[in-house]
Design a protein around this ligand. Structure first.
Ligand SMILES: [Zn+2]
Ligand SMILES: [Zn+2]
Ligand SMILES: [Zn+2]
Ligand SMILES: [Zn+2]
Length: 290
């Protein structure tokens, strides 16, 4: 009988020490808990329930046991002591890599890249910024919206043709189709260049060509020269060399799709965002605008 009692006390002591150890061992997740808490609906109820508990004596151990439950996500695994094979080179537009882990864009040195990429653009290389192992993919700037995106993770097989197509994750443009459309519309020998001069890319000053479908930002000077006092709004397309075929367009503030506004309305045909309303509310909360 005595032995049993001592045993019970011992077991209780061991449990207490073990519990104490788990509490002190994870200060990280415990501190994160309040951040996650608002998203977890059951928590306020769980706290509310024990307080009107009719057993005040058991309140102390039960209360402390009730505080940890906000199911703490396991601590992130420690970073492996891995040293990236990639060395940073000078930035080259034709050789961009985008890390899917840290989001950095970089150009590797030829040597370190070739040591890792044996096949082609589908291969991932190490990231020299976050030390990620094979996390960076060959990237390019979307010709339509300018966002730099990783090519291979944004490919999809066309069910009908079996063809592998790339899509910009920001505006949905297929860059290959985009360029092909312009090439088709462009005359073989553009001996008579258009009056429009390409300027730096601007979201608030985009033109859309009705002939080749390309969108671009002209220099304000070259555009004004063509529209001033002539009663016309269309300008020449510097990409396909079409005459008076590009109109001032709206760049969707949300998905970056470029489209022609109809009348006073500026409703994006792709994501249905009202650009006028968006700018009036200054983008709102940016994430949730519906
Ligand atoms: Zn990275
Ligand atoms: Zn794009
Ligand atoms: Zn054009
Ligand atoms: Zn849109």
């Amino acid at each position: 009988m005595k032995n049993l009692l001592i045993g019970a006390v011992l077991v209780a002591a061991v449990f207490f020490v073990a519990w104490k150890a788990t509490q002190t061992n994870k200060p990280g997740p415990a501190r994160q808990a309040p951040q996650d808490a608002p998203q977890e609906a059951p928590r306020p109820e769980a706290e509310a329930a024990p307080s009107p508990d009719p057993f005040p004596h058991s309140a102390a151990p039960e209360g402390s046991a009730a505080t940890p439950p906000p199911v703490v996500s396991p601590a992130p695994p420690a970073e492996p002591a891995y040293t990236s094979k990639t060395e940073l080179g000078t930035r080259r537009e034709e050789c961009l890599y985008l890390c899917g882990k840290c989001g950095k864009v970089f150009s590797p040195t030829e040597e370190t890249m070739q040591a890792q990429v044996r096949i082609q653009w589908t291969d991932a290389i190490d990231c020299p910024y976050c030390n990620g192992q094979r996390t960076a993919y060959f990237a390019e700037a979307c010709p339509s919206c300018g966002k730099i995106y990783a090519q291979f993770p944004n490919t999809k097989r066309d069910e009908a043709t079996g063809e592998i197509r790339k899509f910009c994750p920001q505006c949905g443009t297929d860059p290959v189709r985009w360029v092909l459309r312009i090439r088709k519309a462009r005359p073989a020998s553009p001996t008579d260049p258009p009056a429009t001069v390409l300027g730096p890319r601007r979201e608030d000053f985009r033109f859309l060509c009705r002939k080749c479908g390309a969108n671009f930002s002209p220099t304000p000077e070259s555009a004004q020269k063509q529209t001033r006092g002539q009663g016309k709004t269309a300008i020449d397309c510097p990409l396909c060399y079409g005459r008076s075929c590009a109109d001032a367009a709206v760049c969707c503030p949300k998905c970056k799709h470029v489209y022609l506004a109809e009348g006073a309305k500026a409703l994006c045909p792709r994501c249905k965002t009202d650009a006028v309303e968006w700018h009036r509310t200054k983008g709102g909360t940016k994430s949730g605008t519906k």
